[in-house]
Design a binder for this molecule. Sequence first.
Ligand code: PGA
Length: 260
Amino acid sequence: MEVIIQPDSEQASQLAARLVKKIIMEKDRPVLGLPTGNTPLLLYRYLVEMHRKEGLNFSRVVTFNLDEYVGLSPDHPASFHYFMWKHLFSQVNIRPENVHIPDGLASDMEAHCRQYEEEIKVAGGLDIQILGIGTDGHIGFNEPTSSLSSRTRIKTLTEQTRKENATFFGAEENVPYHAITMGIGTILEAKICLLLAFGKKKARAIAQAIEGPVTSMVTASALQFHPRAIILLDEEAASELRLVNYYQWVYEHKPEWQKF
Ligand code: PGA
């Protein structure tokens, strides 16, 4: 794992945007796996800025979102469809046919999840999967005890996750109980996994995921198996790591060709 600690979420998100830009510019048909939530908001803002000011071209970009609530239509303000179009897609020149987000209203969920996996494969696999992390250590909606080889499927959300997402729904009772999510096995097949975490409340989950044992109790810990997992943190999210000085030393001595 490559752990990069930046002073704040702005600088960490700038770095993330530079990596995404590099992938978009290098590939003929870049395939991005995207998250929602508070964590990627700054990254999306920087990508929009790069599109406007530097002409970053999204016309060849293909995207697959990590997850979506079951039972919400794409125009529901708390749906991840709505989120993605509001914060990124409507502000760049992406082709709507290249956007993939699980359909929370699919009539045959199992067939839909299989189809989603197939579409990722047909697109050539994910060049990068960007991730946030829940306070319980989840990535996507892979809650504790999710199989570490799981594929796209329906998961039941924990009480903790439903509480934390209540602000998007006005009240906790409005938060759906289920979501479609890429599995840990799906995520681990991305060529690069880039996990972002900001703020003190993520510090415990980050320490467990990076320095704890690999366990389905903290599904982000499965990233320890990934050959190219980059963990990009602000100082607060890094505050419970034991090897902070080592990660900073490694970053300062990174060979030039590895930088982005
Ligand atoms: P957040 O959510 O980005 O809103 O903190 C992350 C997650 O729960 O995966």
